[in-house]
Design a protein around this ligand. Structure first.
Ligand SMILES: [Zn+2]
Length: 442
């Protein structure tokens, strides 16, 4: 939109091997520096393409130990070419822990369960740090000074945070029914916030018009081809953290479909570079029952999404017309994965079970993943010894206000006998794990 071209000859180049923007439908390829986000010919989305031979060569030149432990660890396969833009974004993002989940695994009958913990992602405690880092780097590459986004919550906090660090102004457009704390966090980080009367899909359409009318870049609209590339880093990290042994199963929540479709792209790229054998990895997606257009299409083996009107407590998954849904269906079915969905009570039980067994507090999106993981495990979709990786995409501290109330303890006198009595009452009560188990296994 506004601003200059991406590659001026005087700028230092990263090791990125990105070569252009390819249309998802008609395969036309456009120059990487062009400021387009949809195919000028057919209107479909664009995807960054790379020179994989060059990437393999570049990759072998720098050993893993010499690479930064951040979002740029695999910079050959990321779309940012301007080294000065890259140097200003995401130096402490990415590389979240892969946690062996022995206690949750024991609950579910899985001996090798791992959690990719993006709930502790920097700087904004969700997987969206991966994608927004690419949008903001691209914005800087083009000389932009302001950025907008449409968000169900986590994109907004990521944009607010990355924009502040990069010194650009941010504008966050929220649909109604958002998780309130996330909007407050955006304002606390200095973003200008506008709540829009409409659901995510409506707000998204209007923001696209707003971007066209104003020329302002939007992290997840006009910068979308770059944004989407950030999601691949989760796949790269998971495989590297498992010592280049790709897991047989990855389970993740799906909303717009960016993460699950780009996990697939990342796995394909690792295989193309000869770094790991990844084509046997199955991707399974989790959605709320009240907004499951992708999971429904996968279960019915249909190639097209039927949009729905979301009705779910998992607000960050409430996207009824997922833009990348068709890519997810293709990726999941090609890989022999599946989809599943969970009701709101099951989603909150998933949150509780993860908390009680692994000490991680996630938001409803993560609860959806755990609830569906439980269902898939119970249905025998995994061999008990297979490695299963579940991605925890967001942090529950941001959504506590939306979780169902737990009985609040009565205040007792600050006096030994009263406290002894209170303690024995607490001990006799049900544990969090018990109530979660009961809800999930019914
Ligand atoms: Zn096209």
């Amino acid at each position: 939109m506004s601003t200059q071209t991406a590659q001026s000859p005087t700028r230092q180049r990263t090791r990125s091997c990105a070569t252009g923007l390819a249309c998802h439908r008609c395969d036309h390829v456009y120059p990487l520096e062009e400021a387009i986000f949809a195919c000028p010919d057919c209107g479909k989305g664009l995807d960054v393409v790379y020179d994989y031979e060059l990437a393999a060569k570049h990759f072998s030149e720098v050993p893993a130990a010499a690479r930064p432990q951040n979002i740029w660890h695999f910079e050959e396969l990321l779309p940012i070419v301007d080294a000065s833009a890259q140097a200003r974004v995401g130096l402490h993002s990415g590389y979240t822990p892969l946690i062996r989940a022995e206690r949750l695994g024991a609950e579910l009958g899985l001996a090798n369960l791992y959690l990719k913990d993006d709930s502790t992602s920097r700087p904004s405690l969700s997987y969206k740090d991966r994608v927004v880092s690419m949008s903001v780097a691209r914005l800087l590459e083009r000389g932009g000074t302001e950025i907008g986004c449409v968000s169900t919550g986590n994109v907004g906090t990521a944009v607010a945070s990355f924009a502040a660090k990069a010194g650009v102004d941010s504008y966050v457009f929220y649909p109604n029914r958002l998780e309130d704390t996330k909007a407050r966090a955006c304002m606390a980080l200095g973003a200008k916030v506008c709540q829009v009367e409409g659901n995510y899909d409506e707000a998204n359409r209007r923001c696209r018009e707003l971007a066209e009318a104003t020329g302002m870049d939007f992290a997840n609209i006009t910068l979308r081809p770059f944004y989407a590339e950030g999601a691949k880093t989760a796949a790269f990290e998971i495989v590297e953290q498992l010592d280049w042994q790709a897991p047989p199963h990855i389970v993740t929540a799906a909303a717009g479909g960016t993460l699950s479709s780009r996990l697939h792209k990342g796995l394909v790229e690792l295989q193309q570079l000869g770094l790991a054998h990844t084509d046997t990895t199955r991707i399974h997606i989790a959605q709320p029952s009240g907004c499951n257009p992708i999971a429904s299409a996968i279960l019915a083996e249909e190639a097209e999404i039927r949009p729905v009107t979301p009705e779910t407590a998992a607000h960050s998954l409430a996207i009824g017309a997922p833009g990348d849904g068709y890519l997810v269906i293709d990726a999941v079915l090609k890989r022999g994965g599946t989809g599943g969905y969970a009701s709101d009570p099951e989603i909150f039980a998933g949150i509780d079970l993860l908390a009680a067994t692994e000490g991680l507090l996630t938001e409803p999106a993560g609860g959806t993943t755990i609830a569906v993981l439980e269902k898939l495990a119970a249905a025998g979709r995994f061999d008990p010894d297979e490695v299963v990786v579940a991605i925890i995409t967001g942090n529950g501290l941001k959504t506590l206000d939306d979780h169902p109330d737990k009985p609040w303890p009565a205040k007792v006198d600050c006096e030994l006998d009263a406290m002894l009595a209170a303690l024995s009452e607490l001990k006799a009560g049900p544990s969090l794990a018990d109530s979660a188990r009961e809800q999930l296994q019914g």
